[in-house]
Design a protein around this ligand. Structure first.
Ligand code: PEP
Ligand code: MG
Length: 368
């Protein structure tokens, strides 16, 4: 086993671990929740050194079952979430990926087509992600439809944003200089035409100043934001709404109705926060980000509690990604119904292609 430094899609340094010939690497968020596990407890270089010092002890561990990852947790308890996750991704790969786990279902892709917010430097939408959730039968067809719609969106965007220069967010979504409702108008038309569900990651924390939700063209109080989001759900038939309010407003989330309300910054893949959200009926869906949880065992605990309480799980990439495809394997291995992994860009495609390969391997599709 050895660890080294590589660059992610945002050209930030991150950690890659090679475990007995298999690689794992960690992503990094931009619109992070306050309560997430820290990527690194020391500097990245120090964490890489510390992990490399554990080489012999890690290689000696007998890791046969998924639950044996507890031994990794114990050995790396002083290290950050990214360091442990990169190592655990490599171990997952070494042990056969999804085949090591007990699942076998292919998730539906939640594709980020247009966006802005914290994921784009410059004038863009307030909402972070406008999401496509297709209803086709296979992952192959769903991901191709997402790519087609992403491509076809260029034309209506150019009609509205005369200075559009094909700029994209960190996740490869178009980043036009338009307001949220202009984008919703365009997106809902495409969704109706192609029978696709429409979703939003509002990531409201990023434009909450402690008193107001500060939009490019208006300022809303908490109550006004709740009414506004509920109106948008009705008007645009929104199937999925992530983080409609700031990250501490569990009660406010419960006032968003008639959609799948999803907690990302609210829950940060943390069991205690999920328990609170279930108690207060804040959400119907939860984002699972491995490095937010800081270990695969903790991620699984959150998933199991969500399943027990009929909360839908969505495994997710981060805005700063690597070519690692472990989230695709976790989605299939744990039967997670949705995966949010972007549409365009080699780091996003790495996850999509892996799922198409697995879908073929499991006999759900035949590609000549
Ligand atoms: C998100 O908010 O869903 C997201 C993927 O963003 P980040 O990785 O920047 O937290
Ligand atoms: Mg989010």
């Amino acid at each position: 086993m050895f660890a080294r430094k590589i660059l992610n899609s945002r050209k930030e340094s991150t950690i890659e671990v090679n475990y007995k010939g298999s690689n794992g690497s960690a992503p990094s968020g931009k619109s992070k929740g306050k309560h997430e596990v820290k990527d690194y407890n020391k500097s990245l270089d120090e964490e890489i050194n510390s992990l490399n010092k554990l080489q012999e002890s890690i290689e000696k561990l007998n890791i046969k079952e998924f639950s044996d990852l507890k031994k990794i947790e114990d050995l790396t308890k002083n290290l950050g979430g990214n360091t442990r996750i990169a190592l655990e991704f490599a171990i997952l790969k070494k042990n056969g990926g999804y085949k090591w786990l007990k699942g076998g279902k292919i998730p539906t892709p939640v594709g980020n087509a247009i966006g802005g917010g914290a994921h784009f430097k410059g004038k863009s939408t307030n909402f972070q992600e406008f999401l496509l959730i297709p209803k086709e039968k296979t992952f192959f067809d769903k991901s191709f439809l997402n790519m087609k719609i992403h491509r076809d969106l260029q034309e209506p965007i150019e009609k509205l944003d005369k200075n559009f220069l094909l700029q994209m967010t960190d996740e490869g979504a178009w980043a036009p200089n338009l307001n949220d409702e202009q984008v919703l108008e365009i997106m809902s038309k495409f969704c109706k035409e192609h029978n696709v569900n429409l979703g939003l990651d509002i990531a409201a924390n990023s434009f909450w100043d402690g008193k107001h939700y500060v939009y490019r063209d208006k300022k809303l109080t908490r109550e006004e934001q709740i009414d506004y989001v509920n109106d948008l759900i009705k008007k645009y038939d929104l199937f999925y709404v992530e983080d409609p309010l700031e990250e501490e407003d569990f009660e406010g989330f419960a006032k968003i109705k008639n959609t799948m309300v999803v907690g990302d910054d609210l829950i940060v893949t943390n069991l205690e926060r999920l328990k609170k959200a279930v108690k207060l009926k804040s959400i119907q869906g939860v984002i699972l980000k491995p490095n937010q949880a800081g270990s695969l065992i903790k991620l699984k605990e959150v998933l199991d509690f969500a399943n027990k309480n009929k909360i839908t799980s969505i495994i997710s990439h981060r805005s700063g990604e690597t070519l690692d495809n472990s989230i695709s394997h976790l989605a299939v291995g744990f039967n997670i119904p949705y995966i949010k992994c972007g549409i365009l860009g080699k780091e996003r495609q790495a996850k999509i292609k892996e799922l198409i390969t697995i879908e073929k391997e499991l006999g759900f599709i035949t590609i000549k």
